[in-house]
Ligand binder design. Structure first.
Ligand code: CMP
Length: 136
């Protein structure tokens, strides 16, 4: 069994597709172990995305992620990190495969509807960021 951190981003919350996205998770047998609606501060977003600190898109990304509420979830399933990333599709919605969440609900590489941890180490950091020891 594995866990990952998923985020339904401000663009998707604003468009009213929280339910549609959670339905995809449940249909794929990804179990929701923790879930919360939160409004990140700019500093929260900077801490969460610290690995991207030196990227040119960091300031825009952290502005966007603190622009409105997000839903954070701890998902559990075998191989869930890869599975959730497959369901989301690649970062840029324009390049994401048909039927993926980002293709369907994302509108740009920044407003791309969802986030998912990319490896076990980042999943551990990101789960701790929102759920501390509760996810274990
Ligand atoms: P996410 O999976 O949340 O991880 C980092 C985010 O940075 C990514 O999704 C994108 O939404 C955002 N981002 C914005 N611009 C870029 C870019 N040029 N390349 C990659 N990611 C970007």
């Amino acid at each position: 069994m594995e866990r990952t951190l998923a985020i339904i981003k401000p663009d998707a919350v604003e468009r009213g597709v929280i339910g549609a996205i959670i339905q995809r998770m449940e249909a794929a047998d990804l179990r929701i172990r923790e879930m919360r609606l939160v409004r990140l501060t700019k500093a929260d977003a900077e801490g969460f995305y610290a690995v991207h600190r030196d990227k040119p898109f960091f300031d825009n990304l952290t502005d966007f992620m603190s622009s409105g509420p997000v839903v954070v979830l701890a998902l559990e399933a075998p191989d869930v990190i890869r599975h959730w990333r497959r369901l989301m599709g690649v970062t840029d919605p324009a390049k994401a495969g048909r039927g993926t969440i980002r293709r369907e609900y994302g509108t740009s590489i920044e407003t791309n509807a969802t986030h998912g941890s990319d490896a076990p180490e980042t999943a551990a950091f990101e789960l701790d960021f929102f759920f501390k020891a509760a996810h274990r």
